[in-house]
Ligand binder design. Structure first.
Ligand code: C5P
Length: 227
């Protein structure tokens, strides 16, 4: 049994580098809920395309997505694609560059969203991504939209990339983030939007702990603009 109720869904959306993955993971740990990293699933499909040398819009990729197995272990820390651990590979610069093109294909989204809704129906979760508050879990018990300035988000991503020794610069990361924002917010299918009933959290000048505390306080007070 988790710490807030029998079956609770907490959904978070926001652009790349807004802090939602780290925040959602911490909240899931603190409240004893399952953590669902929806971006990791689109990244895994991108790895599937790379491994099979398929373009994002190829019918073969859609067929493969319908039959592939994407599974999380270690409460969302590791992701398996057809039983292969691709947790490191989904974070490479190549995947960063290609993922938004894969994620804009409606048939791919359809399969992935079904999978996410199935996970959500099985128990309480904290789920984060681009369309969790709007499309995947429109009736979530709590909804948050995390944002931060492009410069701040680029700095955070750069710090992550440096750990992998990638030759990234602030300028290149900022350009990549802007391009991904543009693709994610303007695509025809399920673009990134602020749900009207989400609580907006600007994380630019906040630490992870401050954001986590703010969100947990809102949840404990039962603050949900939609209910
Ligand atoms: O959250 P993350 O940066 O790992 O997401 C990678 C990409 O996957 C996003 O830029 C977006 O193109 C796609 N995505 C999506 N819908 C989601 C989560 C991620 O389209 N719910």
């Amino acid at each position: 049994m988790n710490k807030i109720g029998p079956h609770v869904t907490i959904a978070m959306d926001g652009p790349a580098g807004s802090g939602k993955s780290t925040v959602a993971r911490r909240i899931a740990e603190k409240l004893g809920l399952l953590y669902l990293d929806s971006g990791a699933m689109y990244r895994a499909v991108t790895v599937l395309a790379i491994h099979n040398e398929l373009t994002s819009d190829s019918p073969e990729l859609i067929d493969q997505v319908k039959t592939c197995h994407i599974k999380f272990t270690n409460n969302g820390k590791r992701i398996l694609l057809n039983d292969e651990d691709v947790s490191a590979e989904i974070r490479t610069p190549q995947v960063n560059r290609l993922v938004a093109d894969v994620a804009k294909i409606p048939e791919i989204r359809h399969e992935i969203v079904k999978h996410q809704q199935r996970i959500g129906s099985e128990g309480s979760i904290v789920a984060e991504g681009r369309d969790l508050t709007t499309i995947v879990f429109p009736d979530a018990d709590f909804k948050f939209y995390l944002d931060a300035s492009v410069r701040e988000r680029a700095k955070r991503r750069l710090a992550e990339l440096r750990k992998q020794d990638a030759e990234a610069t602030l300028k290149s990361v900022e350009a990549e983030i802007k391009e991904r924002d543009e693709k994610d917010t303007t695509r025809a299918h399920s673009p990134l939007r602020t749900a009207k009933d989400a609580i907006i959290v600007d994380t630019t000048d906040k630490t992870i702990d401050e954001v986590v505390d703010f969100i947990i306080t809102a949840i404990c007070k039962g603050e949900n603009p939609s209910k």
